[in-house]
Design a protein around this ligand. Sequence first.
Ligand code: WQD
Length: 339
Amino acid sequence: MKILVTGGLGFIGSHAVVELQSEGFEVIIIDDCSNASEKVLEGITAITDKVPIFEKLDLKEKDKVQDFFKRHQDIEGVIHFAASKAVGESVEKPLLYYENNIGTLVYLLKELSQKSKSSFIFSSSCTVYGQADEMPITEDAPVKVAESPYGNTKQMGEEIIADTCKVTPGLKAIALRYFNPMGAHPSVEIGELPVGVPQNLVPFITQTAAGLREKLSVFGNDYPTGDGTCIRDYIHVVDLARAHVVALQRLLEEKNDENYEVFNVGTGKGSSVLEAIQSFERVSGKKLNYEIVDRRPGDITSAYADTTKANTVLGWKAKSTLDEAMKSAWEWEKKIRKL
Ligand code: WQD
């Protein structure tokens, strides 16, 4: 069965391709390589010994998207990762985000709507909740006014998909609301490759330990939490990737209750920034150089998932602990820096 993975050379996309191939799916990757390299194909193949079909394609080019679907009419499912995802950049360049994250989604859905049957998995984010009123966060928590154009594209994306599924009988979709993905494949063949200075906590930790960064700035320790630093739900990227395969199988096997469903994908456990640092120091045996600085604008105090729905309805549960995920992130950093 042929599955299209857009953004399949990216951090989460590449891990999802590995899990799909391991489940016996034939995978086609579309990626514009703006934020990932074709070399990732070698890493995927080194793990699964199966070479995914790859087409370099910018989903903003509507004619090329139409041509692609004409040439691949036997695609039965799509996992859509391709999108811009830097919160700060989205504030500076909103139109780039609306074009790249929304325009491309519309082109994809138009193609899928022509098919008699199709299954669509959307990469969404816990960012749609903003600062939720209650922890852990359930899927019923209200979607708040987005704090960034990036977050808005996830909210709008979910609404566009829901509206389309309502009037397109053959289209079934699941949106997965990620919490904080981290880590790397245990084979150390694929992992996170941030472009430039990492915005996210975990790659900044590992790059600091690898000597690429002088020290980690901890953005505030005056939050109303146990140790004053922000709390997040850090989920191993392989656990996250597996959630995509389980969600896709739910749709392909027509086990879905509704034509459009939403699931939180996290571990259900919150960890503070300082706890993440302590986890790194435990698994690496290295002391991390960090300094407490001012808060980062836009950060929320706390976000961790209520995973009951994914555990019971989807039949999926994260397996890795924070230490295991952090260890995988460090092993990957050491490999790519030849430490
Ligand atoms: C985590 C915590 C920071 C860097 C973002 C997006 C979200 C999703 C995941 C795409 C926060 C602190 C960070 C640093 C720090 N992305 N931190 N020093 O902001 O929770 O989520 O990435 O889907 O949509 O919003 O992740 O890793 O940036 O920050 O102290 O150098 O680490 O303040 O508390 P975030 P993050």
